[in-house]
Design a protein around this ligand. Structure first.
Ligand code: 7PM
Length: 287
């Protein structure tokens, strides 16, 4: 178990996101803003821009410190999205949110062109489930000035849940994250801009996800802050027997456990519920 009461965690307590400095002394919420046609639909293939922007601003009101704008579905089995499509989904949302909020704007992408265009539109953070492994991504991230979330994934979204396999999941995820941190530092992306993520559900069985959650504090490399995404995932479904629309309570319980075990950023759909729960956690951690 990590840090139940009192603070023994010495992980980096700020994150440099271009012009912004995000305080991580207390765990914060990253709100998920999916801009895929199945989320803000006009009934066809276009995302309704006004609705997506309104939802982003609502999440800030609800207590999100970061809004994570994503145009590529990384769900298991999902098909890849073209560059043009992703640019058209993500960049206008970032550009419209930017003048309306001081929250950190994150873009959920693996494509260097999207990183570049989103930063030009005002994004401060890159959330890459492929940890900057696509050609050109590392260079684009360095130049953007954005902070970067480096996530572990075994395989690719389309097939990653087919047969996840590890000898020691905690050691292997830590080893991978350490290699990606070294690649970032060598390329000129300083530690103050990095966040690490075990990638819950990305090529992991239920037992492997729980093992990672239990040992979250041991996953960090160079005391970098940890982000965890558990919200509404199939892990919650497996533990509660509920469909995605009814996973709020299970998701909040997992977010609390993750925060107690050292996570500094919780990536969630249900911002109000999680922000309240994290206030309770931080009261314990800072008393
Ligand atoms: C299964 C797996 C279902 C993933 C849905 C998802 C994360 C992320 C996503 C995460 C970071 C979802 C997703 N999950 N980015 N993007 N960490 N950094 O729940 O855990 O939206 S996609």
């Amino acid at each position: 178990m990590g840090r139940l009461l009192g603070s023994t965690d010495k992980s980096q307590s700020v994150l440099h996101c271009r012009g912004r400095v995000l305080g991580l002394e207390r765990p914060v919420v990253m709100g998920v803003l999916n801009v895929t046609p199945d989320s803000f639909s006009d009934g066809g293939r276009f995302v309704r821009l006004d609705d997506a922007v309104a939802r982003g601003l609502q999440m800030v009101e609800e207590g999100a410190a970061i809004i994570d704008v994503g145009g590529e579905s990384t769900r298991p089995g999902a098909q890849p999205v073209s560059l043009d499509e992703e640019l058209h989904r993500v960049v206008p949302v970032v550009a419209r949110l930017r003048p309306r909020t001081r929250a950190v704007l994150s873009v959920d992408t693996s494509k260097p062109e999207v990183m570049h265009a989103a930063a030009a539109a005002g994004a401060d953070m890159i959330n890459d489930v492929r940890a900057l492994r696509q050609p050109g991504a590392l260079e684009a991230a360095v130049l953007s000035g954005c902070s970067v979330c480096l996530m572990h994934m075994q395989g690719e979204p389309r097939t990653m849940q087919d047969s996840p396999s590890y000898e020691d999941v905690v050691a292997e995820v830590r080893e991978f994250l350490g290699q990606r941190v070294d690649a970032c530092l060598a390329a000129g992306l300083p530690a103050e801009r990095l966040v690490l993520d075990p990638g819950i559900g990305f090529g992991k069985t239920r037992a492997q996800n729980l093992e990672l959650l239990r040992h979250l504090g041991q996953l960090s490399v160079k005391d970098l802050p940890i982000l965890a995404g558990l919200s509404r995932k199939s892990l919650v479904g497996a533990l509660t027997g509920r469909p995605a629309s009814e996973r709020v309570h299970g998701s909040v319980a997992l977010a609390v456990i993750a925060a107690l075990n050292g996570a500094r950023i919780l990536r969630v759909h249900d911002v109000t519920a999680t922000a309240d729960a994290l206030k309770v956690v931080s009261a314990l951690q800072n008393s």
